[in-house]
Design a protein around this ligand. Sequence first.
Ligand SMILES: N[C@@H](CCC(=O)N[C@@H](CS)C(=O)NCC(=O)O)C(=O)O
Length: 206
Amino acid sequence: MLDLYFFTTDNGYKARQGVEESGLPYRIRLINIRQREQFAPDYLKISPGHKIPALVDPDGPGGSRISLCESGAILKYVGEKAGNGIYPTDPLARLKVEQWLFWGSATFTTLAQQFGFFIRRNPEDVPAAKRHYTTVLRDMLGTLETHLADNEYVAGAFSVADISIYPDVHLHGVNDIGLAEYPAVRRWHDAIEARPATQRAWGPHQ
Ligand SMILES: N[C@@H](CCC(=O)N[C@@H](CS)C(=O)NCC(=O)O)C(=O)O
C-alpha cells in the first residue's frame, strides 16, 4: 500500500492523478500546508524541502521501503511501477514523455504558480507582476496550443507527461485565463478531465 502525502494544490493533484492512473492501492496522508504541517520533523525526513507531494512505498525496488518527493519523480515512479503504458518502456517514446514531463514540472507549473501567487493570493496588488505572469502563462498556453493542434496528447499516447501539465491548465488556464483562444488545449483538457482516474483524483480525499 502506497502512502501519498497530499494537499489540494496543483502538484498534489499531479501525484494523486498519477497514483490513480497507476491503479496501485494507496492511502492519503493529508499534509495541510496552510497549517505548516510540512515542517513536522518526521515529514522533513521524507520531503527535505518541506513540500508536498511525497510518496512512501514499503515495497519499492528489491522489496525495500522507498520515499520520494517531487511530483515529476513520483509520476515517473508510479508510471514505471504500474507498467500500464503511462510511462512507456520504448526508449524513443520515453524521450518525448520525459521532455514534456520536465517541461510540465520545471517550466510550466513553476511559472504558473507565480501567476497564481500574483493574480490570486498576494494581498499586495503588483500590476507589473500580474501583467508579466499573465503574458508568460499565455505564452506557455500558446506553446501547448501549437503542439496539441497536431498531437492528441503531449507525447504520443496519454502519459505521465500530460498529468504533469493538466492541473495548472485546469486551475489557471480554465478558471483564470479561459481557453476560448486555445481550442486544442481545451480539447486536450476536457479529454483528461473526463478520465475516471482524474475524477477520482480531484474528488473527496477523506
Ligand atoms: N517541484 C515540486 C514543487 C512542490 C511544491 O511547490 N509544493 C508546494 C505546494 S504546490 C508546497 O508544498 N509548498 C509548501 C512549502 O513550500 O512550504 C514538485 O513538483 O513536487
